[in-house]
Ligand binder design. Structure first.
Ligand SMILES: Cc1ncc(C[n+]2csc(CCOP(=O)(O)OP(=O)(O)O)c2C)c(N)n1
Length: 507
């Protein structure tokens, strides 16, 4: 009832004997039209699915039994903490007297998520970070009708923000413009996108726009091509970061460039750098509206000079190596732009998409889990985020997919129409083959790093009733039929072409 009163209307239930009483109440709440309830048998996946639901803007609770079931939620809780998402953990527990006795399914649950989730008086919850409710229950219970007449009517979640003052940021933006300002835009919430778009068009400064900003295609010639290389060669004097922490290399390079001043405007409140920088914890759109009318700042260091030539060089390489991983992703991105939304898995997919995906068609709805950058729970998060959407796309690596094998158990409870799950199967953790240190490592160490394999995912598609298509060459895209229930598209790039592409790109 407390959950309902605090605006939690969606639940993912992972049942066990201990939480049976909660399951009964939720089933009744669902029948009364007060809650949306889905089920899963695997708590790690359920936690990430619930995290995905929170990306729609409302809280979602995952409901577990006691014991290790609770511990399985930790990765999703951590991700929610770093993204700033209202993930609620409703965990059933045995009565306190069992703690520390070794009795079955009795572990120390209060505080198990450390500082990744808060708990206590519901009125203290900020509505934008994880919240843990541990409920001690006797196993015996008698199912009985629940009276929901006292439940509060569905109302928006009570989100609390720090007080906002933009005076310092406003002054900083307009001072020392000759030092060069570059804006890096990470993941944005949909409601912030329009404000950011007009703000950047007015400033006319170079922009590094991640796919998850939803503005990567729309900002056209302001978006820096080959941004990491350009900025490393000539670091700007000032960086304004909007939204989530960017995934690009240059963001990490900033750790060693203390002369570059950095301002963050982000709802998560995380600076995303271990060095000195300034941070406003707020919704990005609200900050931009508070800044009011801004003046053009322009491209003082001429970062955008030669921009279209740099983009053309990359385009030519993609055409020269069409079956390479970047070449395949370029083609894939043209199809994905026809969908309604796109989830990008961590590791190479998000990085390669940012660099090589098409820029002609808008792809505004793009999400990723960039809080703690794990490769776990990616498919579950996607399914949660897009549970009610048609034509939802997802692109993940092969190890990432194998990490989340139970995720499709949810398919029967969500929208499936036009759903496409792309797994880029390059035979292991290929991102590590780009580590500068890898070549100097021993063969055995390299094997330990890469987890090489020859696995085909067709059997996995059969297991969960997904349609299946394997693409190994550009021509195979002709067989791509996105209409219908969930399609597993296994994309197998040519290793030879991928190696050649990177060799040429490095020059
Ligand atoms: C939970 C978790 N474990 C380990 C890592 C370290 N890690 C980063 S990328 C990666 C390999 C990913 O392989 P794959 O999904 O095949 O993608 P690709 O390397 O092809 O991009 C690993 C193990 C991580 N990010 N998260």
């Amino acid at each position: 009832m407390a959950c309902l009163d605090h605006g939690v209307r969606e639940f993912v239930v992972c049942a066990g004997a201990r939480n049976a009483a909660l399951v009964e109440v939720l089933a009744q709440a669902e029948a009364a039209g007060l809650a949306v309830v889905r089920r899963h048998f695997e708590e790690r996946s359920a936690g990430f699915f619930a995290l995905g639901r929170t990306m729609q803007g409302s809280p979602c609770a995952v409901v577990t039994t006691s014991g290790t079931a609770v511990a399985e939620l930790l990765p999703a809780v951590i991700e929610a903490r770093y993204q700033g998402r209202p993930l609620v953990l409703l965990t059933a527990d045995r009565p306190a007297r069992f703690r520390g006795t070794g009795a079955p399914q009795a572990i120390v649950q209060p505080g198990i998520f450390g500082d990744h989730a808060a708990s206590g008086d519901w009125r203290e919850w900020d509505g934008r970070s994880p919240w843990h409710v541990n409920v001690e229950l006797e196993e015996d219970f008698t199912p009985a009708p629940v009276d929901f007449s006292l439940a509060a009517p569905a109302s928006p979640r009570p989100v609390k923000w720090p007080r906002l003052s933009v005076a310092d940021l406003s002054r900083w933006l307009q001072e020392d413009v000759y030092r060069g300002l570059v804006v890096m835009v990470g993941e944005l919430e949909p409601e912030d996108r329009e404000d950011v778009f007009h703000f950047l068009l007015t400033l006319k400064v170079p922009v590094v726009a991640e796919a998850t900003s939803g503005l990567r295609e729309a900002l056209g010639s302001l978006v820096l091509a080959d941004a990491d290389a350009v900025l490393r060669a000539m670091p700007p004097g000032k960086i304004l970061r909007l939204g989530a922490v960017p995934s690009g290399r240059f963001w990490r390079d900033l750790e060693d460039l203390p002369q570059v001043e950095v301002w963050n405007v982000t709802p998560s409140g995380w600076p995303g750098l271990a060095r000195e920088c300034r941070t406003l914890t707020a919704e990005v759109g609200r900050v931009i509206r508070a800044l009011g009318d801004v003046e053009e700042i322009d491209d003082a260091l001429e970062h955008l000079d030669g921009n279209s030539r740099r983009a053309a060089v990359i385009d030519e390489l993609l055409e020269a190596f069409p079956d390479s991983e970047p070449g395949m992703l370029r083609t894939l991105s043209r199809y994905a732009a026809l969908g309604t939304c796109l989830y990008l898995g961590n590791s190479l997919p998000i990085r390669e998409w940012n660099q090589y995906a098409q820029r002609d068609e808008p792809q505004p709805e793009v999400r990723a889990n960039r809080g703690a950058n794990g490769i776990d729970g990616q498919i579950s998060t996607w399914l949660g985020w897009t549970a009610e959407l048609t034509e939802a796309w997802c692109v993940v690596g092969d190890l990432t997919a194998m990490y989340d094998l139970a995720a499709p158990a949810m398919l029967g409870q969500i929208e499936q129409s036009g759903r496409v799950l792309v797994v880029v199967n390059n035979g292991g953790g290929r991102i590590f083959s780009q580590l500068p240190r890898l070549d100097a490592m021993s063969d055995r160490a390299r094997e330990l790093m890469l987890n090489p394999h020859n696995i085909s995912l067709e059997g996995w598609a059969t297991l969960w009733g997904m349609r299946y298509l394997r693409i190994t060459r550009q021509e195979d895209f002709d067989a791509l039929e996105t209409e219908g229930p969930t399609l597993l598209l296994e994309l197998v790039p040519s290793e030879k072409e991928t190696t050649a592409f990177h060799a040429r790109r490095r020059g």
